[in-house]
Design a protein around this ligand. Structure first.
Ligand code: 5GP
Length: 193
């Protein structure tokens, strides 16, 4: 998506350790117009699937996920990274080694928020090696729900998570794919799509 690539090229910062910082406009301070345009693009692609549940993991994917859910006229649910003190009832849980916070590794979702009848779109801000999306896929499987597809704002193509999802035959829409990024020069190369 050209608009997103332009913003990443202009405002993204390449940090050591394969981290791309987009906190200025995507996942800390947020550009609402850009996020709405991204949600429109996602809905154009996934409209025909009859999706009735958008699923993400806290926290950075929530804004995009809720905008997509509004357009698809369905509910959005997010897995939490720790069990809240006020949590009750049954939960799905899945192992999820976080790329940016390696100490956190279990995500939880109350069972009533994901049903066997659900047709699910998984959403996240970034796709790197694929741990977060794999954990969400695991939850969809545990629920016996149907996975319609996965969408992410930014796929870092060189980290392999996206290729594994495509190899599994899943419809993956990455709004921008970064194939190379250099922390010394700040140069970012996008995959032509
Ligand atoms: P994965 O689980 O695919 O390895 O990484 C995806 C998760 O890690 C996303 O939920 C995202 O929050 C975080 N993440 C991975 N790479 C980056 C990155 O380069 N920048 C930022 N801001 N978050 C990232």
């Amino acid at each position: 998506m050209e608009l997103l690539e332009k913003e990443i090229a202009k405002k993204g910062k390449v940090l050591p350790g394969n981290v791309l910082k987009v906190g200025d406009f995507l996942n800390h301070q947020m550009d609402a117009s850009l996020l709405c345009a991204m949600a429109d693009e996602v809905c154009k692609h996934f409209f025909c699937y009859g999706i009735n549940k958008v699923l993400t993991v806290e926290a950075s994917g929530i804004a995009l996920a809720v905008l997509i859910a509004e357009r698809l006229d369905c509910k959005m649910a997010f897995a939490k990274k720790s069990k809240a003190l006020n949590a009750d009832g049954d939960f799905y849980s899945a192992e999820c080694v976080s790329f940016t916070r390696p100490d956190n590794n279990l995500i939880m979702l109350p069972k009533p928020y994901l049903l066997s009848t659900d047709k699910v779109l998984i959403v996240d801000d970034f796709l790197a090696v694929g741990n977060a999306t794999n954990a969400l896929r695991d939850m969809v499987k545990q629920a016996g729900a149907t996975l319609c597809g996965i969408t992410v704002a930014v796929e870092k193509g060189f980290q392999g998570g996206g290729d594994k999802i495509r190899a599994d035959g899943i419809d993956l829409l990455s709004l921008a794919i970064v194939d190379e990024m250099n922390p010394d020069t700040g140069k970012i190369v996008f995959r032509k799509q």
